[in-house]
Design a binder for this molecule. Structure first.
Ligand code: ACO
Length: 392
């Protein structure tokens, strides 16, 4: 029999570190995750500092250029982002097709791929060209998500506005109604909080694609594919389902004990880098609490708090030494639900925020990076002879 990988216990024990944990694959000035201290630094700022003060547009500029924008720079950026909200006709057609047949993340990947159609010079590989594309992607991903959603729901299409922020416009296009300032602030906080996060899987995917001198649309569609998985950006929906299924605070501990005992993973817990609580969890919890009076979600948040406590305790007992704590996805689910997003738009909302980070990494790699081409350790047989099909 031809073996294709390390399958036995012994092989597994001897297998290389296949998750690349601890391996440094790039030098970056964009963000740093200190998993022991629970600190996320974005371009020199703690994430709490940005989440409490900055707009998503400011953070996109910060990621792309290394400094917060001046008033003039911000005004000019906002003006361009508003202009870019108008989608090419072909992209609108792609939305039509996707809304009929595809789930949200597949749709987003498919539709974003179409954005190359109105690129004035797709062969232009200049840094400036990619910066303009980065701005377009950040402006357009939220418009695509909102238009796709309304179309699949059979709701009349809502055109983008020109007089409001990216967060406000997204909520407006999604719901068809101008949303209160509190909701806009809540979404802005979310988008800032998830804008960048070290060498996570989707960012790595984007950098690998960029490193081949491919285009930025390919890098972002590749990143979307990586984000979709439940071990990365696909967790908030299942996290919310878990909280809903638990239903009552007093059921949390027993439910989680049973889930872990039966080999299930608790969604919204655990992280490759954080060995303490993810700092973004508190930022998003606070944002959810700030909206709770208006949205009537106090009870759900109290339940989530107890589910969190019980989850951390159960995981500490059943996986000692693993340091499994709450990650960003746990309160993402509650905050996005408060903002009125349907569950299957949680991961697309993550993508809206992370587009700033992905594109900043592509730009950074373009400046300094080399082709990313690691090696693998071959553990299969060698020298086999071909047998005609009739003899097998
Ligand atoms: N629930 C139960 N057990 C867990 C969990 C969890 N959430 N997370 C890790 N473990 C256990 C594993 O079963 C494993 O136990 P074992 O050694 O006894 O087999 C041990 O902890 C180590 O797990 P790994 O998979 O090696 O750790 P890794 O660093 O690869 O995992 C990950 C990180 C994928 C995020 C994991 O914690 C997980 O699956 N969490 C649930 C999904 C989730 O919340 N994803 C969102 C992550 S945040 C983000 O990407 C934006």
């Amino acid at each position: 029999m031809v073996t294709s990988g390390a399958t036995s216990e012994k092989d597994r024990a001897n297998a290389p570190n296949t998750g690349l944990e601890g391996v440094v694959v790039a030098r970056t000035e964009l963000s740093d995750v200190d998993g022991q201290a629970g600190v996320l630094t974005v371009r020199g700022y703690n994430i709490e500092e940005l989440a409490h003060n900055a707009t998503y547009e400011e953070v996109a500029h910060l990621l792309w250029h290394g400094a917060l924008p001046t008033a003039a720079e911000l005004g000019a950026l906002q003006e361009r982002l508003v202009r870019y909200r108008q989608l090419p006709d072909e992209t609108r057609l792609a939305i039509d097709v996707a809304a009929r047949r595809m789930g949200p993340m597949d749709a987003l990947q498919f539709i974003v791929g179409s954005l190359i159609v109105d690129d004035p010079d797709p062969d232009d590989e200049s840094y400036e060209g990619n910066l303009a594309r980065a701005e377009k992607l950040v402006a357009r991903v939220p418009v695509i998500v909102a238009m796709y959603h309304r179309q699949r729901a059979g709701l009349p299409s809502v055109e983008p506005r020109e007089d409001c922020s990216l967060a406000a416009n997204f909520l407006y296009q999604l719901t068809g109604v101008e949303q209160p300032a509190g909701e806009v602030t809540g979404l802005n906080t979310y988008l800032v909080t998830v804008a960048d996060h070290g060498m996570n899987a989707s960012t790595f995917a984007a950098r690998v694609i960029a490193s081949t001198a491919s285009d930025i649309y390919s890098a972002v569609t590749g990143a979307l594919g990586a984000l979709k998985g439940s071990l990365h950006g696909g967790a908030p929906g299942p996290a919310l389902e878990m909280i809903q299924e638990i239903g009552q605070p007093e059921r949390a501990e027993a439910w989680m004990r049973e889930a872990v005992a039966s080999g299930k993973r608790l969604m919204g817990f655990g992280h490759r880098v954080y060995k303490v609580r993810d700092p973004r969890a508190e930022v998003l919890y606070e944002a959810a609490v700030a909206l709770a009076d208006e949205t009537g979600e106090q009870e759900a948040l109290a339940l989530a708090r107890e589910v969190e406590r019980a989850g951390v305790q159960v995981l500490a007992e059943s996986k000692p030494g693993r340091n499994l704590n709450t990650n960003v996805e746990f309160y993402t689910a509650l905050l996005l639900r408060e903002l009125g997003l349907p569950q299957d738009l949680f991961t697309p909302a993550f993508a809206i925020g992370r587009t700033a980070g992905w594109t900043a990494h592509v730009l950074e790699h373009q400046k300094s990076g080399r082709l990313i081409r690691p090696q693998s350790e071959y553990v299969g047989p060698r020298g086999l002879r071909y047998t005609p099909v009739s003899e097998r």
